[in-house]
Design a protein around this ligand. Structure first.
Ligand SMILES: Nc1ncnc2c1ncn2[C@@H]1O[C@H](COP(=O)(O)OP(=O)(O)OP(=O)(O)O)[C@@H](O)[C@H]1O
Ligand SMILES: O=P(O)(O)OC[C@H]1O[C@H](OP(=O)(O)OP(=O)(O)O)[C@H](O)[C@@H]1O
Ligand SMILES: [Mg+2]
Length: 280
């Protein structure tokens, strides 16, 4: 049975669980449940702290897991990245009090830097040749400067609201762009392939829509450039020999732009539908 680590709390948990549910797997009924066996799919789910997932998977005690790229890096585990799951997007940034003299990376030299991701930060600073004193905290890192234990912080930023409220401003380069990843134990990526196919199906169903439209035969080439699909658009004959029917997947966010382009080109009867499930 495949043994899978799933975030039990935090911002990644809900998205991870709903993705697994959409992919047809059993999910827990109550948040106190830490272990669940999905007999039908021959999978065992272990609900663990997001920060610990890479450690379990890296040691091989669990086969695969869902966690953030930043947490994977910070764990220094041997787990390998299998796929980007597209949710839980964030950036990892440096910040210091608004109006302070911190402008660039080198301004951190010799200063105290608070973070809950000490390994991620040490590796980054070492590779950029900057030496700082790292103050390891567990969370709510934004308060560290105000409370006098650090001169600057390095933390997860999403909207930036938490930083702003703490009177901090971002400076320096983007340390890391992170999203949730499917990770596997070393040498076990093959074991993840069926789960991966299902999760990729969910990603495609969320990211793409189906375009169906009629197109004059002499415009097929140009229309195919507008809707190339993932591999290639399906083109079917119509009763009227001068027209064909075209079907292709299009990124959902481009829906209206692509409809405009097709209409202006001469396509008609343009219909767009959602994808319920997919296996690419
Ligand atoms: N707005 C956000 N705030 C915090 N983490 C986010 C955000 N968006 C995405 N993430 C990602 O979520 C993961 C961190 O999850 P979480 O905050 O649940 O863990 P944690 O900070 O270790 O736990 P906790 O906050 O419960 O102490 C990281 O991969 C991070 O990049
Ligand atoms: O840019 P924002 O949208 O404000 O989000 C980023 C904040 O959210 C996270 O905190 P979390 O709630 O996980 O608490 P923590 O700091 O204790 O981990 C993160 O550590 C930042 O503090
Ligand atoms: Mg957190």
């Amino acid at each position: 049975m495949l043994r899978v680590a799933v975030p039990n709390k935090g911002i990644l948990s809900d998205s991870a669980v709903s993705m697994l549910k959409e992919a047809g797997y059993a999910t827990r009924r109550d948040s106190a449940e830490l272990h669940l066996v999905d007999q039908e799919n021959q999978i065992e789910f272990f609900y663990l702290r997001p920060r610990d997932i890479a450690t379990y998977v890296g040691s091989g005690s669990l086969d695969v897991g869902l966690t953030g790229l930043d947490l994977l890096h910070d764990s220094q585990s041997r787990a390998v990245e299998v796929a980007d799951l597209g949710f839980g997007g964030s950036t990892f940034r440096f910040a210091a009090p608004e109006g302070s003299s911190f402008r660039e990376l080198s301004d951190l030299a010799g200063k105290r830097l608070a973070t809950a991701y000490p390994n991620l930060i040490s590796d980054y600073l070492a590779s950029h040749g900057v030496s700082v004193e790292i103050v390891k905290l567990d969370g709510a890192v934004e308060s560290a400067v105000r409370l006098g234990v650090a001169d600057a912080v390095a933390d997860v930023v999403s909207t930036g609201n938490t930083l702003r409220k703490a009177g901090l401003a971002i400076f320096g380069p983007v340390i890391l762009k992170s999203t949730a990843r499917l990770i596997a134990a070393p040498g076990k990526t093959e074991l993840a392939s069926k789960l991966l196919r299902r999760l990729q199906g969910v990603i495609v169903a969320r990211e793409y829509v189906i375009f169906d439209y009629d197109c004059p035969v002499d415009l097929i080439e140009r229309a195919s450039q507008v809707t190339p699909g993932i591999e290639s658009p399906t083109i079917s004959p119509l009763a009227d020999k001068n027209w064909v029917a075209v079907r292709a997947l299009v990124k959902a966010e481009q829906t209206n732009q692509v409809m405009d382009q097709l209409y202006e080109l001469g396509a008609r009867a343009i219909l767009v539908s959602a994808i319920h499930a997919a296996r690419i």
